[in-house]
Design a protein around this ligand. Structure first.
Ligand code: G6P
Length: 527
């Protein structure tokens, strides 16, 4: 039986046994900001918030996040709380306020100038600044306090997201050993040789081993993490069960590849997408030419210059394609306070101009760079219109653009050109897989997208859609909840309606083996 929102709701109700669900993520799912004197709300760019919002809608609970919008205070109560989604409230958002100094040191500094490049390994040098580290520690403590407020002394499952909060799990466990704490690391975890340059590596690992469950997208990242712990800390590693024991605390380390809610595509496309597509083509003077699209935050891990170089190469080698297609890059500005990101915006703009100058003419521009934030209605429209979607990350934990694209194609047409260095490539082998460092291979991939026969597109797209349908975001959350829900109330595993539970003896066997937890969730998770 497939995973749906309803099935996840059921798992949340039964597995949490009354415990509160508290999600912690730096980025909030809804940002309020002033525009032309009015308050508006937007969904931020980035896969994490898009993936977790449907989970919170299904499970309820509280999302604790940095209140980063300039109208965020005006739209929350005195404790920073409000109900979201703003147009159909189902869960609570608790905003945490940060000073400029803390935001600078913790978010721009340690999180995005040290851990981000350290974990992605795309030849950007990490910056290790003691002032950033101090701010990171301070902000992790601030969030720990907010989570403890929200838990209010009662039972809770705290689900921590990402590299902004490596220290939070240990802080929570020290304050409340009874809390169940799990963390999902949305970016890659490097090998021990890479990680060892971090001056505060031991503290980071110790913080993460405050978790009951530490999860990554892939087994490879789990292996890297376990190796790193083994080489850095005194602890007991149980390789059979994939767990670490340190100071009386056991942490299971597990892969759980994240995904998307496939139903959202229809919601964002609506009934009028064809009319909107026509308007869009007119506005950007696209004629009826095929479109290759890229949708990213402008980030140096995403390989945006690399894909533009591939467009350039394609046009050099195949001048017959001049005037016959467009490459449209949506690049949401991101972390622009950091020079590396600002410079990248300029680099992409300059490259687009150069390619347009070299190959375009007065009436046709091969590259369009839309360097602004777009909501999901626009993004899904582009996915639906595209002949191909290009994801050329140099390294990416998962990449949800790849998965979103296939959910937007009920017509089973469109080609996904996908970097082999994304987590998504492991699940979507029917994409055209490319090495983005290899300009020629990427150019060949783009050409394949423009020329692939409809039958082959259908064959590949059908398989990719099936994969994402089966392994959707509700399955991701359901598996995680099933795994940690057991830790909340081990004696209270409920008997879902309509499904025969395993015998008591079988349950004991399954529970004795942590490797079997997926089996429990799948065969017996919910009706
Ligand atoms: C990546 C990170 C997320 C982050 C997102 C957007 O996907 O793993 O934690 O939210 O990028 O980046 P931002 O810095 O804008 O939150």
């Amino acid at each position: 039986m497939g995973w749906s929102q309803e099935r996840l709701e059921h798992v949340a109700q039964t597995r949490l046994g009354g415990a509160k669900l508290i999600v912690v993520a730096n980025r909030e799912p809804y940002i309020h900001r002033f525009k032309d004197g009015e308050v508006e709300w937007i969904r931020p760019a980035g896969g994490l918030t898009a993936a977790l919002d449907p989970v919170m809608r299904a499970c309820g609970g509280t999302w604790v996040a940095h209140g980063s919008g300039d109208a965020d205070r005006q739209t929350a109560d005195a404790s920073g709380r409000l109900r979201v989604p703003p147009d159909d409230p189902t869960y609570t958002l608790r905003r945490v306020w940060l000073s400029k100094d803390d935001e600078e040191g913790y978010y721009y500094g340690f999180a995005n100038s040290a851990l981000w490049p350290l974990c992605h390994q795309v030849y950007a040098r990490p910056v290790f600044d003691p002032a950033h580290w101090d701010a990171y520690k301070r902000v992790n403590e601030l969030f720990a306090q907010a989570v403890l407020d929200e838990a209010d002394g009662g039972p809770a499952l705290v689900f921590v997201q990402d590299y902004h909060f490596a220290l939070l799990p240990r802080l929570l466990k020290q304050a409340r050993p009874d809390l169940v704490v799990a963390q999902f690391w949305h970016i890659p975890w490097p090998n021990p040789e890479t990680f060892r340059v971090c001056p505060w590596g031991r503290e980071i690992l110790d913080g993460m081993l405050g978790n009951d469950l530490m999860s990554f997208h892939t087994q490879y990242h789990c292996n890297n993490f376990l190796e790193t712990v083994d080489r850095t800390l005194e602890c007991r590693i149980d390789r059979e069960r994939f767990a670490v024991e340190r100071s009386g605390q056991a942490t299971s380390v597990r892969p759980h590849p994240i995904s998307v809610d496939p139903r959202l595509a229809a919601e964002y496309l609506g009934d009028d997408w064809e009319r909107r597509a026509e308007k869009f083509r007119k506005r950007y003077r696209l004629g009826d030419r095929p479109l290759l699209v890229g949708v990213d935050r402008v980030d140096y891990t995403k390989g945006i210059p690399e894909r533009l170089l591939a467009v350039d190469r394609l046009l050099q080698q195949h001048p017959e394609w001049k005037g016959k297609f467009h490459f449209l890059q949506v690049g949401a500005p991101s972390r622009t306070h950091l020079p590396a990101y600002r410079d990248l915006n300029d680099e992409v703009q300059n490259l687009a101009d150069r390619i347009n100058w070299a190959h375009g003419d007065g009436s046709w521009r091969p590259v369009m760079f839309l360097n602004e934030h777009h909501g999901p209605e626009d993004i899904f429209l582009l996915y639906r219109m595209a002949a191909g979607c290009v994801v050329s990350s140099l390294h990416d934990g998962m990449n949800l653009v790849a998965k979103e694209f296939v959910t937007a194609r009920p017509d089973e047409q469109g080609v996904l050109v996908l970097s082999q260095f994304t987590g998504a490539a492991r699940e979507l082998p029917d994409a055209v897989l490319v090495n983005p460092f290899d300009v020629q291979a990427t150019a060949d991939g783009l050409l394949a997208a423009l020329t692939m026969p409809a039958d082959e597109q259908r064959r590949r797209m059908r398989k990719m859609r099936q994969q994402v349908d089966d392994h959707n975001i509700f399955r991701w959350a359901g598996m995680l909840l099933s795994e940690v829900g057991r830790m909340v109330e081990p004696a209270d595993l409920p008997e879902p309606s309509g499904v025969t539970p395993p015998s008591e003896e079988r349950q004991r066997d399954l529970l004795a083996s942590r490797h079997s937890l997926d089996t429990i969730a799948l065969t017996w998770g919910a009706g």
